[in-house]
Write a protein that binds this ligand. Structure first.
Ligand SMILES: NC(=O)c1ccc[n+]([C@@H]2O[C@H](COP(=O)([O-])OP(=O)(O)OC[C@H]3O[C@@H](n4cnc5c(N)ncnc54)[C@H](OP(=O)(O)O)[C@@H]3O)[C@@H](O)[C@H]2O)c1
Length: 250
């Protein structure tokens, strides 16, 4: 049984959305938090309110995970604060909507840096410490789009496929070493999700959705994909209860 009280979780992308929801839920269970994102004022507001409401310690670290030295700086900061991380939640993520070739290459590469490189870097740095202590957990936010290519969000879906496969392989490698790894696959939350995409101009998103037409949403939201993911999850849970096979969640 995971002991939340007096343990510490580091959550990337904690300033809003699912990251903030993770922070609230874990704080309510008594967990201390390290909140990471770019929006420092929002993080401080969240940290203050969770600290006051639940009496947990919340440390705020401002980091742009699209920069190549972000992980190193976070790890250095954790060391200087003498903070040990028991649960890592690699939640920060973003997707560009529209044709791949219409995007600025730097933006595409920056999204991969956040969705993939930072997640791998933190898993490596903090995962090694967890293994040396023989305990810990890593939760990586993938997406239901990890199951298929996604035209008009090409690098996003490919990055999430990476996250899913990476998490499953890591889970397998770390079995028996006290560190649990899990991939979460939220189903795309329609309008809300598209508002969170990097092309934040809402009108442009709507135009892109219309231009993409029904097949676009069929890919993201089809019953077939949902059924597939549920089937995979149920099969994995069944396997996990009888062996150390990897699990998918979400
Ligand atoms: N919501 C959905 O429907 C859905 C579906 C499938 C998968 N997911 C995945 O679930 C995760 C959370 O999604 P969400 O909808 O909650 O996202 P969101 O509301 O857009 O929030 C994204 C978070 O990531 C942070 N972030 C973005 N770029 C960053 C950067 N360069 N450096 C540091 N932090 C950065 C943002 O903080 P700052 O802007 O303050 O830096 C924010 O806290 C993502 O990985 C997403 O791909 C979500």
């Amino acid at each position: 049984m995971f002991a939340y009280r007096d343990s510490t979780a580091l959550i990337t992308g904690a300033s809003k959305g699912l990251g903030a929801a993770f922070a609230k839920e874990l704080a309510s269970r008594g967990m201390n938090l390290v909140l990471v994102a770019r929006s420092i004022d929002t993080l401080h507001d969240l940290a203050d309110s969770l600290g006051a409401q639940y009496g947990v310690r919340c440390v705020v670290l401002q980091a742009d995970l699209a920069t190549s030295d972000a992980v190193k700086r976070i790890v250095t900061e954790l060391g200087s604060l003498d903070l040990k991380i028991d649960l890592l939640i690699n939640n920060a993520g973003l997707g560009l909507t529209g044709d791949f070739l219409s995007h600025d290459l730097a933006e595409e590469l920056a999204s991969i840096q956040v969705n993939v490189q930072a997640l791998v870097g933190l898993s490596h740095a903090l995962g090694a410490k967890m293994v040396s202590r023989g305990t810990g957990g890593i939760i990586n936010l993938a997406s239901n789009s990890a199951f298929q290519p996604l035209p008009h969000m090409a690098t996003y879906a490919a990055a999430k496929a990476f996250v899913l496969h990476f998490s499953e392989a890591l889970k397998f490698e770390l079995r028996g070493r006290g560190v649990q790894v899990m991939a979460v696959l939220p189903r795309a939350d329609g309008d809300e999700f598209l508002r969170g995409c990097i092309n934040q101009d809402e009108g442009r998103c709507v135009r892109q959705r219309r231009a993409c037409g029904p097949p676009y949403f069929a890919v993201v939201r089809s019953e077939k994909v949902r059924r597939l993911s549920w089937t995979v999850q149920r099969a994995r849970r069944h396997l996990a209860s009888s062996s150390a096979a990897p699990q998918r969640h979400g």
